[in-house]
Write a protein that binds this ligand. Structure first.
Ligand code: NAD
Length: 361
């Protein structure tokens, strides 16, 4: 099969980790007889430097013309980079918010999986993690607080800031359906997270999730308050299969879930819309502190490429091959610096890409 992949290398370690993911995709193409055509798309700091804005119309059109987009990461050091002297709507992250909106990427899927070989990096006690955990956070991505009206102004001599949190039932329904669909392919359990004891938007969230749940009698579900969920993630992470939640809660909980795996450089993500299209990127940022040194862990980006094959191209066997190759490399003792421990073999970013390629069968 032939596919057109938009590639946003971005800033910091972005170009290094994307290069390794493309290497792995090219190996998959050779082994399984596909053709992947890459279209470079500028976004983030590199786009600001080249075009004056973090995302151009040309870049949006190019992303829309692709079958899927693979991304590295965008942004720089937020205290020293010149990009952060610009107004917020011209900073690198504004490009990311805009592309999510333009492509209607309302569903963010982030697996948090504890690799047997990396158990030592998990900050939770052994007796609590048992055989490990394997969950997915399904986060609403284009509504809620981050997209609501906001303003800062002086009222009666006092500076006052306001952000608004709005959800309509359609926005909740479509993300709930995605959450239950994914649960159906996994261990069939949804934990819907809200703050229904306080927020109207959460009470509507709960009502709509209950309606959707009726269509999935084979999937069990529960409601959990967000503060309790934050505690449960470190107390008993094994209880979760799919966590379904709104934008801001998902932002915070997914970072917490990724940290309890102990290895942010390993975690992939997908942002999906109503079609087969998706934007695939690692869960971590652009790591400006290690950029250009060939030491970054490319595995999160490589696993994001595997998600792209699975979700956008329906190439399950090829996605399995990448995931198995990653597990084998870890089993063989190879580690990038972020997951290195004594007794294992330290590799660079590019060596890790090569080692994974060698194991694609
Ligand atoms: P970060 O995730 O970039 O880095 C946090 C720490 O983890 C750093 O010590 C870094 O070296 C390390 N790290 C991250 N990814 C790694 C990898 N693959 N291999 C080895 N180590 C890795 O978070 P930050 O420092 O808060 O943010 C840096 C920049 O990234 C900021 O401009 C931020 O806005 C941006 N950011 C972008 C995205 C995105 O592109 N989607 C997401 C989060 C942050």
């Amino acid at each position: 099969m032939e596919y057109r992949i938009g590639v946003i290398s971005g800033d910091g370690i972005g170009p290094e980790i994307v290069r390794e993911a493309k290497k792995v995709l090219d190996k998959v193409a050779t082994v399984y007889g596909h053709q992947f055509h890459y279209e470079e798309i500028l976004m983030g700091g590199v786009s600001i430097d080249a075009c004056g804005v973090p995302l151009t119309q040309e870049a949006i059109d190019s992303a829309k013309a692709s079958d899927a987009v693979l991304m590295g990461s965008i942004g720089g050091d937020t205290t020293t980079s010149h990009w952060y002297q610009l107004p917020p709507n011209l900073r690198p992250e504004a490009g990311l918010l805009q592309i999510r909106k333009e492509l209607n990427l309302f569903a963010n899927v982030r697996p948090a999986y504890l690799y047997e070989e990396l158990k030592g990096a998990c900050p939770i006690k052994d007796e609590l993690i048992g055989d490990g955990f394997d969950m997915v956070i399904m986060r609403e991505l284009t509504g809620g607080l981050y997209f609501g009206a906001r303003e800062t102004k002086e009222i009666d001599g006092v500076m006052t800031a306001k952000d608004s949190l709005t959800y309509n039932e359609n926005e909740i329904r479509r993300i709930a359906i995605k959450g239950f669909d994914i649960a159906r392919k996994r261990r069939k359990k949804v934990t819907s997270v809200d703050k229904a004891n306080v927020l109207d938007s959460s009470r509507l969230w709960r009502k709509v999730v209950e309606e959707v749940a009726k269509e999935y009698p084979d999937v069990s579900y529960e409601h959990m308050l967000v503060d309790n969920c934050a505690m449960q993630l470190v107390k008993d992470p094994c209880q979760f299969d799919v966590i379904l939640t709104e934008n801001m809660f998902g932002d915070i909980l997914s970072d917490e879930a990724s940290m309890v795996t102990g290895s942010i450089g390993m975690l992939s993500s997908a942002s999906l819309n109503d079609t087969k299209f998706g934007l695939y990127e690692p869960s971590h940022g652009s790591a400006p502190d290690i950029a250009g040194k060939d030491v970054a862990n490319p595995i999160a980006t490589i696993l994001s490429a595997a998600m792209m094959l699975r979700f956008s191209f329906d190439l399950d066997q090829e996605a399995d091959a990448i995931e198995t190759a990653v597990k084998t490399v870890l089993k063989d003792g190879y580690r990038t610096i972020d997951i290195y421990s004594e007794g294992t073999r330290q590799t660079s970013c590019s060596q890790m890409g090569d080692l994974i390629c060698e194991r694609i069968k």
